[in-house]
Design a protein around this ligand. Structure first.
Ligand code: ADP
Length: 385
């Protein structure tokens, strides 16, 4: 890479997907240089980030070039070897730190730590044999959920299990798995916040999230259908996790809402320490987007206001997952017309593959159902329907 000399702050990021691409938009506005280690120069980030290095984090020379002269190193995904972070830590601030990131990389470590902190989680167990799985299922009731502790994303590495023998293959490939009760949730929410190394924390309004086959599909902010008390407890849990785990940058905490009426409460599902799909609504719907806030946080700058731009309105974000078109951008005329003048379309420049996250559409409206319908109409066009 041509390491352009710059007097500007430099944020180095590992990962070249849509999240680093959207960080680039905010970096432009702030006058900050983004430098990215990308899987491909043609990818979502490589197309837009001048200072892109093509390669993987396993290549030491490339990683050294990435961080050379940078002010901070951050990530757009969790799949970063701890050994790499240990090697780099003496040379550059890493936000979030390796010690914090561990809890977003390993679901068993996360469950263990949150349980120690008394933070409400589904019932869970570390299982190493089919007998362990059977004993856990018999205790909490079938079916159960079994997860690979590391490497999962978008529902890969999550299984509904009716019979302990279903995971025999998984157990033959790894030494341990995470078993959880299958939570009878009424909805899912995400608490989203940013924390800076100096300890400043700002939370966005809690959002309702809808998953289809383990993949985020629709996000509505603010969350609806639950008491202020439940919303506040979700936000408090998010902030407590950020403080206790020393998280820096954006933290998303995905949670299940269970129970009815006065018994309604949340259980933590999982953590992401980076801008997150459940926070894309903040680009158009909040004073400060999660991408700008992440840059501010990792550079230890003062954080921005997280309030909704239109208090009292709903911001609805619908994901574009796959398309029958060669490129969804070809459908912009139809999609912009179908979504109406308030629909904000974000396309990631990615090659089309079935089910792949290719973009999202956000609409803000006093009427949440109308916002959702408008966003869905635009997405349908982008899908080629
Ligand atoms: P990933 O790391 O792949 O995003 P998650 O742990 O977030 O996986 O699980 C994906 C989805 O699977 C969740 O959003 C939820 O809908 C469902 N799920 C996960 N764990 C449980 C559970 N213990 N009980 C019920 N549903 C679950």
């Amino acid at each position: 890479m041509d390491q352009r000399k710059t007097t500007r702050p430099v944020v180095a990021v590992i990962g070249g997907g849509q999240l680093a691409r959207m960080m680039q938009e905010s970096a432009i506005a702030l006058g900050v240089d983004l430098r990215a280690l990308v899987e491909s120069r043609d990818g979502a980030t490589g197309q837009v980030t001048v200072n892109s290095i093509e390669g993987t984090p396993s290549d030491d020379a490339l990683v050294d070039a990435l961080v050379d002269g940078a002010d901070v190193l951050t990530f757009e995904h969790e799949h970063i070897p701890q050994s790499l972070l240990t090697r780099l830590a003496p040379h550059i601030p890493i936000e979030p730190s390796a010690a914090s990131l561990l809890f977003a990389q390993n679901k068993l470590a996360m469950r263990q730590r949150l349980t120690e902190l008394g933070i409400p989680c589904p019932q869970w167990a570390r299982v190493t044999s089919v007998d362990d799985v059977r004993a856990f299922g018999d205790r909490v009731g079938w079916p159960i959920i079994v997860k690979t502790p590391t490497g999962g994303y978008d529902g890969h590495g999550v299984r509904v299990v009716d019979d302990a023998s279903d995971v025999a293959q998984w157990l033959s490939e790894r030494s341990e798995l995470l078993a959880e009760e299958k939570v009878p949730f009424t909805s899912e929410v995400a608490a989203l916040l940013a924390r800076s190394p100096s300890g400043e924390i700002r939370s966005w309004p809690v959002a309702t999230t809808e998953q289809v086959d383990g993949v985020c599909s629709v996000v509505t902010a603010p969350a609806s259908g639950m008491s202020d008390q439940v919303v506040n407890s979700a936000q408090d849990i998010g902030e407590r996790i950020a403080r206790e785990l020393g998280v820096t940058g954006v933290l998303a905490v995905e949670m299940f809402v269970v129970g009815q009426g006065d018994n309604q409460h949340v259980l933590v599902n999982e953590l992401a320490m980076r801008p997150h799909n459940t926070g894309h609504w903040t680009i158009d719907g909040a004073v400060t987007s999660q991408f700008e806030q992440h840059l501010r946080a990792v550079l230890d700058l003062p954080l921005g206001d997280t309030a909704a731009l239109r208090p009292g309105a709903s911001t609805v974000m619908v994901n574009l997952l796959g398309s029958s078109l060669p490129d969804p951008a070809r459908a912009l005329p139809a999609a912009l017309a179908a979504g109406g003048p308030r629909a904000r379309i974000h396309l990631y420049g990615k090659e089309v593959r079935p089910g792949r996250k290719l973009g999202h559409v956000t609409v803000i409206d006093e009427d949440a159902a109308a916002a959702r319908a408008a966003a869905q109409r635009a997405v349908a066009c982008l899908r080629g329907e």
